[in-house]
Design a protein around this ligand. Structure first.
Ligand code: FAD
Ligand code: NAD
Length: 481
């Protein structure tokens, strides 16, 4: 039961487990964790869980962003024991002192906006930030696609470009620039966004603002020879041919080197291996070139000698313990465990840690009971009582062996899915007998039902369905907020 002023009263007999982040890894851990075994504290600047697979659909208004958000308070209030949540950024993890420094980065601040939280056990699930590789101008001029705010900004900018291009006396060249939507990065984020944007144009923008029809154009720029490197060759070819049909240009072997407010400068590698510098004008630039390590994670890595060779995140062992520590675990995109940084991996890692922590707590309880029983046994008044205690000890030892039987983390890959626009998707699915690759409209229906099924709550599922129906019946909303 919560105390009247909702103050957190840690139970001194329990360990304090601090969980950083409210993303796929941390929330999956929280869902399955028996919170009554620990004093659980959650710290994250985001007071909701975000269902990222449908985030590209929020950039065009196919889905409203609130439909894929689940308040963390709603998740926590269903836990058996109180879990304390602080809306804050972890700015530093002090490994020696076992404290996390936290900062309230929100707009409204009280008298106290930074403090420390002590921990006995810590789970780092802070995800990753956007990689820019230090390319000049990227941070200043492009939009990213990781958080709700990014999707909202893109949605606004698309309409801003369209309305500015339609401004009276705009020159044809400037119109073409403003209506050139460039996506950098041909991984799944870039591909899904490009597909969604072209759908928006074909299904709504073209009808509502026909004068932009000839000039609106989407270009996907990728440094490697093809897009979607994690998919099979067959699905890469299918995606590229679908994009061609949809009139999305793909510029592969093109590495962006510099970004200014109206142009990107890129180096194109010609078939003979020579390089050519190109300048592409753009109205909207979406930057989707993958993940980089967050500063708080980099700082923790610098405190632990065993992490000195890690570059892409916290290296962890097979139990997800951060190498070089005993009481810190890492999950998701900030952990390097030889798996791709995906939601699938993060949620399985979170669920594994919940099982591990539940088992650790049970082990401790059983060990205490065993110690007490042995004590009673030595003082038992007669052989019959001693025998009875002996039987209880045997049963408990059996339970202990079962509880302790938790093996190392093993990832089970269910497959990869991506939406590629015009109601088509690609899927590389691992089923019983092997891999199954498919692309097309049926795969799109599978994509829709799989993602609907994976949504966090029934409320999310209903809202997403309503959004899909609204977009089909009335078209997407083109007003700029
Ligand atoms: P996140 O889910 O990013 O969560 C990190 C959490 O940490 C957030 O709550 C954040 O607010 C918090 N945080 C950040 N900094 C701090 C700090 N300093 N202190 C405390 N908390 C902090 N994967 C798939 O498997 N399938 C898909 O279809 C798919 N689609 C995607 C679509 C998009 C547009 C994107 C961007 C990603 C997609 N992914 C997909 C990848 C997937 O979202 C990530 O791999 C996953 O979110 C990683 O989970 P995580 O818990 O590590 O991090
Ligand atoms: P990514 O790392 O998968 O792809 C980034 C791409 O950007 C790479 O192909 C890279 O070659 C390219 N790139 C990098 N620098 C460049 C430059 N200067 N110029 C041009 N191209 C450049 O990144 P992502 O798509 O953001 O995905 C991040 C993670 O999230 C991945 O693990 C991905 O699998 C996962 N994800 C999965 C899905 C899905 O399953 N549907 C959707 C989105 C993201």
């Amino acid at each position: 039961l919560r105390t009247p002023d909702d103050q957190f009263n840690p139970d001194p007999s329990k360990k304090t487990l601090v969980i950083l982040g409210t993303g796929w890894g941390s929330v999956s851990l929280l869902k399955k964790l028996d919170t009554e075994n620990y004093n659980v504290v959650v710290i994250s600047p985001r007071n909701f869980f975000l269902f990222t697979p449908l985030l590209p659909s929020c950039t065009t208004g196919t889905i409203e962003h609130r439909s894929i958000m689940e308040p963390i308070r709603n998740i926590l209030r269903h836990k058996k024991a109180t879990v304390k949540y602080y809306e804050a950024d972890a700015t530093k993890i002090d490994y020696e002192r076992k404290v996390v420094h936290i900062n309230d980065e929100s707009e409204i601040k009280g008298d106290t906006s930074s403090t420390e939280v002590p921990f006995d056990m810590l789970v780092v699930g802070v995800g990753a930030e956007n990689a820019t590789f230090g390319i000049p101008g990227v941070r200043e001029h492009s939009c990213f696609l990781k958080e709700v705010g990014d999707a909202q900004q893109i949605r606004k900018r698309i309409m801003d470009c369209v309305e500015t291009a339609s401004f009276k006396d705009q020159s044809p060249e400037e119109r073409r620039r403003l209506l050139h939507m460039v996506v950098v990065g041909g991984g799944p984020t870039g591909v899904e966004f490009a597909g969604e944007l072209q759908d928006f144009f074909e299904q709504d923008l073209k009808k509502w603002i026909p004068e932009i029809t000839d000039d609106f154009h989407v270009t996907l720029v990728e440094a490697l020879p093809n897009v979607l490197p994690m998919f099979s060759k067959q699905l890469i070819d299918y995606t590229e041919s679908t994009f061609k049909e949809e009139s999305i240009s793909i510029r592969t072997k093109t590495m962006v080197k510099k970004v200014t407010d109206k142009f990107i400068e890129a180096e194109f590698t010609k078939p003979d291996g020579t390089k050519q510098l190109e300048t592409l004008p753009y109205g909207l630039l979406v930057w989707a070139t993958g993940n980089a390590v967050r500063p708080v994670v980099k700082d923790l890595m610098s405190q632990i000698p065993a992490q000195k060779d890690s570059r892409r995140g916290l290296s962890v062992n097979e139990y997800l313990v951060v190498n070089g520590t005993e009481n810190i675990w890492a999950v998701g995109d900030c952990a390097i465990a030889n798996y791709a940084p995906t939601a699938q991996v993060a949620s399985q890692e979170g669920a594994f840690l919940a099982r591990l922590f539940n088992s650790l707590a049970k082990t401790e309880t059983i060990n205490l009971e065993l110690a007490s029983l042995s004590n009673q046994q030595s003082k038992a008044p007669n052989p019959a009582a001693r025998n009875e205690i002996f039987e209880n000890i045997k049963a408990l030892q059996k339970t202990l062996r079962r509880v302790k039987q938790i093996g190392p983390f093993e990832y089970s890959h269910q497959g990869s899915l991506a939406y590629i626009g015009s109601e088509r998707a690609v899927a590389d699915i691992s089923w019983l007998s092997g891999n199954f690759a498919s692309g097309g409209t049926l795969t799109y229906l599978f994509w829709k039902s799989a993602y609907l099924n994976m949504c966090f709550s029934t409320r999310n599922r209903v809202l997403v369905c309503i959004d899909w129906m609204k977009a089909r019946l009335f078209g997407r909303d083109v007003s700029r907020e």
